[in-house]
Design a protein around this ligand. Structure first.
Ligand code: MLT
Ligand code: ZN
Length: 471
């Protein structure tokens, strides 16, 4: 088949709305959110439903055309960006965005992969439920993307990662067949758990087109607290205090370092610190409950007062309204955007055992400063589950290009600490393109052999999201 033929067949199948070939229209799909990579896809496919998508994959497979699935294009690691080879198409899931079913008794939501996380949250809320998954990019990130990367986010300490919320999947395989696995059973031990193989596989084993997600009843009350802390150790003590007080109600425990907060206040309009004085360490804590009884807020107030008496908290405020709660969450969720506006950064999305986060937050800056005096640390993240976004900015006097040229050396300095503490080089963002070089060292031997065996079994011709995960 000549190189023009699959495009003609795809045009017949998908029609003008479903196939983008004009370079200006392709451009947004060719570059990642961080602007680290720019690819050269032959076209962008936008099928309207699973049957069309499966047929399109069949055409691509027949022609040996590589496929890069793309959701909201919010990857931090270039996981959805095509290569510059010209031998790939981007498969955009945006038109597969329907809610197929919602069941407030079973507490399940069946939804297509191209729906945004926000749309899924809204659908759950309209039925009196909650989708217990929340990430900073939820307005753009899609269900297919967060499942393919096994995203974590703000509520992992209470509800687990994205993979823990999935009961069933519908997946288009590399040869165009469809696996109809949209079951909504809470128990189902019938051989290998296939859905878990596609979750977190970054689109390299199949293309997730729909999912059955677990919901929880909508909370009736929530309390959002924001606190200035004397140290990272104090943050860990406060977390332990919160867990002992009411583990079932604690849904988020987020950490923010002083420099990241400065960037948010400087670059994000309409933000302000809700405390009298700036600090080097902050925590955002959210408790939520489906109980309606009075005293929930007072209980958190009392606990914060005890934490202050114990020296764990310097100053704190509790949101007095939904608007204040949202304003406090913005301070945390705008960290990535603020850092982007501030200029170049080297990002590390790492995890360590929760108890070792303070040690990480002491040792990692020291390791970076030993390598590059004056380097600026933006540390924040999901302390409650041990996942810290340890991002670096250049010293004031260093050109951004010179800084970025040292990305591997800087990442290695951080990862040396992570390794010593028994952590992971990718906690929730995945491997994508950015971190493939780390795989042999961190996941080599038997582990990488098994991953390659899976890849060969599911995608023998290597057509799905080539260049991701594997070095
Ligand atoms: C977050 O938690 O805000 C994101 O994972 C973004 C980031 O790592 O910058
Ligand atoms: Zn995060």
């Amino acid at each position: 088949m000549s190189s023009a033929e699959p495009l003609a067949a795809l045009a017949d199948l998908l029609g003008p709305r479903g196939l983008i070939t004009a370079p200006a229209d392709i451009a947004p799909y060719a570059e990642d959110w961080r602007r680290l990579y720019r690819g050269r896809p032959r076209a962008v496919l936008r099928p309207a439903n699973t049957a069309e998508l499966a047929a399109a994959v069949g055409i691509c497979a027949g022609a040996g055309l590589g496929i890069v699935p793309q959701g909201g294009n919010t990857s931090m690691v270039g996981g959805a960006t095509p290569s510059a080879s010209g031998g790939e198409v981007v498969l955009a899931l945006s038109r597969l965005n329907r809610v197929r079913a919602i069941d407030p008794v079973d507490l399940t939501l069946t939804i297509e992969a191209g729906a945004t996380v926000k749309a899924a949250q809204d659908a759950a809320a309209a039925a009196g439920c909650q989708l217990p998954l929340s990430i900073a990019s939820e307005g753009s990130a899609t269900i297919g993307g967060v499942l393919s990367t096994n995203a974590g986010g703000n509520m992992t300490l209470r509800y687990g990662n994205a993979r823990d919320l999935v009961l069933g999947l519908e997946v288009v395989l590399a040869d165009g067949r469809v696996w109809e696995g949209l079951r909504r059973l809470r128990k189902d031990n019938t051989g290998y758990c296939l859905r878990q193989i596609f979750l977190g596989a970054e689109g390299t084993l199949g293309i997730i087109t729909a999912a059955v997600l677990k919901l929880v009843p909508a909370p009736r009350q929530r309390v959002v607290a924001f606190a200035a802390l004397p140290s990272a150790e104090a943050a860990l003590s406060l977390l332990t205090r919160c867990q002992r007080r009411d583990q079932a109600a604690l849904v988020a425990f987020e950490y923010m370092g002083g420099h990241g907060m400065e960037l948010v206040l400087q670059h994000i309009p309409d933000t302000q610190l809700p405390l009298a004085a700036a600090a080097e360490h902050y925590a955002l804590v959210e408790f939520a409950s489906s109980r309606a009884e009075a005293g929930f807020t007072e209980d958190v107030e009392e606990m914060i007062a005890q934490a202050m008496a114990a020296g764990e908290v310097r100053d704190a405020t509790l949101a007095a309204s939904e608007a204040q709660a949202r304003a406090i969450w913005r301070l945390r969720e705008e960290h990535a955007e603020a850092q982007k506006r501030a200029g170049a950064s080297i990002k590390n999305d790492v995890s360590v055992p929760v108890s070792l986060v303070p040690e990480f937050l002491r040792a990692a800056p020291a390791a970076c400063r030993a390598l590059m005096p004056g380097i600026r640390v933006v540390a924040f993240g999901h302390l409650g589950d041990g996942n810290i976004h340890f991002n670096l900015r250049p010293p004031e006097t260093m050109a951004e290009a010179d800084f970025l040229a040292q990305d591997h050396a800087v990442m290695d300095a951080v990862l040396g600490v992570v390794r010593r503490l028994g952590g992971s080089f990718s906690a929730e963002h995945g491997v994508g393109r950015l971190k493939t070089y780390l795989m042999p060292d961190w996941r080599g031997g038997v582990e990488l052999d098994l991953m390659r065996a899976l890849k060969t079994a599911f995608d023998p011709h290597g057509l799905l999201n080539a260049g991701k995960i594997f070095p």
